[in-house]
Design a protein around this ligand. Structure first.
Ligand SMILES: NC(=O)c1ccc[n+]([C@@H]2O[C@H](COP(=O)([O-])OP(=O)(O)OC[C@H]3O[C@@H](n4cnc5c(N)ncnc54)[C@H](O)[C@@H]3O)[C@@H](O)[C@H]2O)c1
Length: 329
């Protein structure tokens, strides 16, 4: 497909962009990039899992404003919109991570409120585009591989996180179709990179790296043949900014991933190899009920609509991430 080239530095210079979940892993990288592109960033986070240190590179920038607020409370979101003109919204704030979801399932559903409030206020205040971080969990256990946006969904009634993301996607589509608010839902597969939570409440790359760097074997739930797709955070941010600026992505749901899934055993081996600790054979534990067996995104729509292919290989991304964990022991 032919792509009109939009220079994000020109398109975003001086624009006001609201980023929710900005003190989290992906939101903080997105905030860094938006500031570098000349945007004014209003970073919102309730600091439930996010950390201010993630924003240390931009906190003092004149175009950066941090507001501590809970986006699941209407009054708090209304105050943010009441005081300033917002051009664009990235709604990334959410309770995420497998362990959090298992331990606090009913809290996950509260995030539906935040999506509703942000959409309503974005529409009422003339926001030009609204991007939502959905998830591959919207597919549930896939019925067909690779997973295509227009293909079948198999959401599990037991997974509040996937269900919440699906409701969010549908609300975004409603606001586009009924009210003409330009929206795009991005179905992130596994994103990884510096700053990602690596405690037991974190994500597989960080968890494995922490283990290996402390001389322990990575722990795998299940037999290790389950597949996941990994997207380095810089690529993820670039894709999200393209989605923001691409009119052709309005009203669409788009997979965001590498399209090159690996098994979890293979991931553990690559991380051990990057750390020079191939002697650390993974330890295997029983499968967790909530976990999905296969993830494999079809990234055709992402490439067609956004004209972008991830640039950072898994090996390179793992090397960069490992360096960060080494220097943030
Ligand atoms: N990291 C991944 O692999 C991945 C994959 C699929 C989807 N996603 C989605 O991408 C988004 C960002 O994920 P992440 O990995 O950066 O997670 P994260 O936990 O690092 O960041 C989420 C941020 O949202 C904040 N937050 C949570 N609830 C909030 C609320 N009610 N009000 C204000 N702030 C709130 C948290 O404090 C945190 O800083 C999330 O919506 C997540 O569901 C992430």
């Amino acid at each position: 497909m032919n792509h009109p080239s939009i220079d994000p530095g020109v398109a975003l210079n001086g624009k006001t962009v609201l980023v929710t979940g900005a003190a989290g892993f992906v939101g903080s990288h997105l905030s860094d990039r938006l500031i570098a592109l000349g945007a004014k960033v209003i970073a919102v986070d309730n600091l439930s899992t996010g950390k201010m240190e993630n924003l240390s590179g931009v906190a003092a920038h004149p175009n950066f404003l941090f507001l501590r607020a809970d986006v699941n409370r209407f009054d708090e979101v209304a105050t943010i919109f009441g005081k300033r003109k917002i051009d664009y919204v990235f709604h990334y704030g959410a309770l995420a991570g497998v362990k959090n979801v298992i331990e606090r399932p009913l809290e996950v559903f509260k995030d539906i409120d935040g999506i509703k409030y942000l959409l309503a206020l974005s529409h009422a205040n003339g926001v030009k585009k609204f991007i939502f971080s959905s998830s591959s969990e919207a597919y549930g256990e896939p019925l067909v591989l690779p997973e295509r946006e227009e293909g079948p969904l198999n959401p599990s009634a037991r997974d509040p996180y996937g269900l919440t993301k699906l409701v969010g996607e549908n609300l975004l589509y409603h606001y586009w179709k009924v009210y003409g608010l330009p929206t795009t839902s991005l179905r992130f597969f596994n994103v990884y990179g510096p700053r990602q939570e690596s405690s037991g409440y974190g994500y597989v790359v960080g968890i494995f790296m922490r283990k290996v760097l402390s001389g322990e074997p990575p722990t795998i739930y299940g037999d290790g043949t389950q597949t996941r797709d990994f997207n380095y955070v810089d690529d993820n941010v670039e894709i999200a900014i393209r989605a923001l600026l691409a009119e052709r992505a309005n009203g669409q749901t788009v997979n965001v991933g590498s399209g090159k899934p690996v098994t979890i055993s293979e991931l553990a081996r690559k991380i051990a190899a990057a750390a020079g600790r191939l002697d650390l054979e993974p330890a295997y534990l029983p499968k967790r009920e909530i976990e999905i067996r296969y993830r494999c995104p079809d990234t055709t729509k992402m490439k067609d609509l956004l004209g972008y292919e991830p640039q950072i290989s898994l090996e390179d991304g793992l090397r960069r991430t490992l360096e960060w964990y080494k220097s943030h022991a």
